[in-house]
Design a protein around this ligand. Structure first.
Ligand SMILES: Cc1cc2nc3c(=O)[nH]c(=O)nc-3n(C[C@H](O)[C@H](O)[C@H](O)COP(=O)(O)OP(=O)(O)OC[C@H]3O[C@@H](n4cnc5c(N)ncnc54)[C@H](O)[C@@H]3O)c2cc1C
Length: 389
């Protein structure tokens, strides 16, 4: 480690996270993967150690740390071969709650999220018809007395079956009645447990990796008007800053994955002997790992730059999107090099490579696909005509 290494920051936090992760080796994750089961013990251990409350202010029982610290926590989880997908949403939705939630909402929920007795792990944005085009979402929340009535469908909403609360984005004013496309959407902090069976149905979707993702049907579900976050109709703005946090945190997870694959790939290349010498003595084996290492280093620098900008209250849209794309590309590149280095053994479940390979592939698509990041950068950073929306 040198002073220029972003992983020098938060060294004590990283060590603590690594200690928790050491209790959850590959065999734990392999078993869950085969059963597509939720890592409840792992999430509890992280909660008990206080890491999931990192971003909750101290007055509500958390540690009051910033996004850079949260990124270090999630990176370390992945570097240790674990997977933070079971619990990262609590961190990236926190900014929306902290910046725009009412004092009453914070008093009601944050202390219990901090002590682990409530989980805020679901973020409901994507819909089957709108996909990436969030502004076209069709789920409506219509005010009726002291409630909103929610009707519509969400898809790919991860952890909904394992979360008490969900941050929901829905349309409160019809699109044809708003001046700007970004108006008329509102954000709610809803209690999912109370709604299941009362207008809400959650159906799991089995995917290529263990991700606890679902589709959610809202059939006239009544949610208290007090669950609205901030002002009605301004929700898209609130969600955007949460999306930057999400991109930065997921990018940090990708850096952790990349480091895990690099360690596995290079140690196997040092040990495995074929033709009477270690396979890692061949440049054909070294170069893909070395190239991917350089790409990981570059991506890591932009991830922590974006996090520092977020913490400074700046708009890190360009950096957060670049970080997400570069880090996801780096983790995928190293995953490929690591699998190839392992030859046939890379396909054996007991090496964990094939599982991590499936897991890290997701980040080319979610929470935003590479193409859409390129569209955004072309428009915002280079001033080219907007090609989407
Ligand atoms: C396992 C998993 C977990 C998820 N968890 C959540 C969650 O918890 N909450 C949530 O809200 N969402 C979640 N998502 C949804 C995720 O954010 C979306 O899948 C993602 O944003 C892409 O949207 P889409 O699948 O509808 O793809 P589409 O929007 O249908 O796009 C399909 C393909 O077309 C490309 N494309 C589309 N438009 C353009 C264009 N104009 N130019 C170039 N290319 C274009 C895209 O890049 C993509 O490759 C999850 C998804 C998965 C798979």
């Amino acid at each position: 480690m040198s002073a220029f290494d972003p992983s020098c920051e938060h060294a004590a936090i990283r060590e603590g996270v690594a200690e928790v992760c050491a209790k959850f080796p590959g065999v734990y994750w392999r078993d869950l993967d085969a059963r597509r089961a939720y890592p409840g013990d792992f999430v509890k251990a992280l909660s008990d150690a206080g890491y999931l409350a990192a971003m909750i202010p101290e007055e509500y029982g958390g540690s009051g740390l910033n996004l850079s610290a949260a990124a270090a926590i999630l990176e370390e989880i992945h570097k240790q071969g674990c997977n933070a997908a079971a619990c990262h949403a609590q961190m990236y939705t926190m900014g929306t709650v902290l910046r725009h939630g009412s004092p009453e909402q914070k008093r009601q929920y944050l202390p219990r999220i901090a002590d682990g007795s409530l989980r805020l792990q679901a973020f409901g944005v994507t819909e089957p018809a709108s996909g990436t085009d969030t502004l076209s979402l069709r789920t409506t929340a219509v005010r009726d007395g002291d409630a909103y009535v929610v009707t519509g469908q969400k898809i790919w909403i991860s952890r909904a079956e394992h979360s008490d609360l969900m941050v929901l984005l829905a349309r409160t004013t019809p699109r044809e009645k708003v001046e700007k496309r970004t108006d008329g959407l509102s954000v709610f902090l809803i209690d999912l447990r109370a709604l299941v069976g009362n207008g809400v149905t959650i159906k799991p979707i089995r995917t290529m990796m263990n991700h606890a993702t679902t589709e959610i049907f809202f059939d006239g579900a009544r949610i208290p008007a007090s669950s609205l976050i901030g002002e009605e109709g301004k929700g898209f703005r609130y969600i955007l800053s949460g999306m930057n946090a999400e991109r930065i945190l997921i990018a940090a997870e990708c850096i952790g994955d990349a480091k895990w694959f690099l360690e596995k790939g290079s140690s196997y290349a040092r040990e495995r002997e074929v033709f009477g010498r270690p396979i890692g003595a061949n440049q054909g084996v070294q170069f893909p790992l070395a190239r991917a290492y350089a790409h990981m280093l570059a991506a890591e620098a932009i991830v922590y730059r974006a996090a520092a900008m977020y913490d400074a209250g700046l708009d890190p849209g360009i950096e957060a999107n670049s970080a997400k794309m570069l880090a996801a590309d780096a983790s995928w590149e190293v995953a490929e090099a690591c699998l190839q280095t392992h030859g046939g053994f890379g396909f054996a479940e007991e090496y964990d490579i094939e599982r991590k390979f499936r897991e890290t592939r997701l980040y080319q698509v979610a929470p935003i696909s590479t193409n859409l990041i390129l569209c955004f950068l072309a428009e915002r950073a280079l001033g080219l005509p907007k090609s989407y929306g």
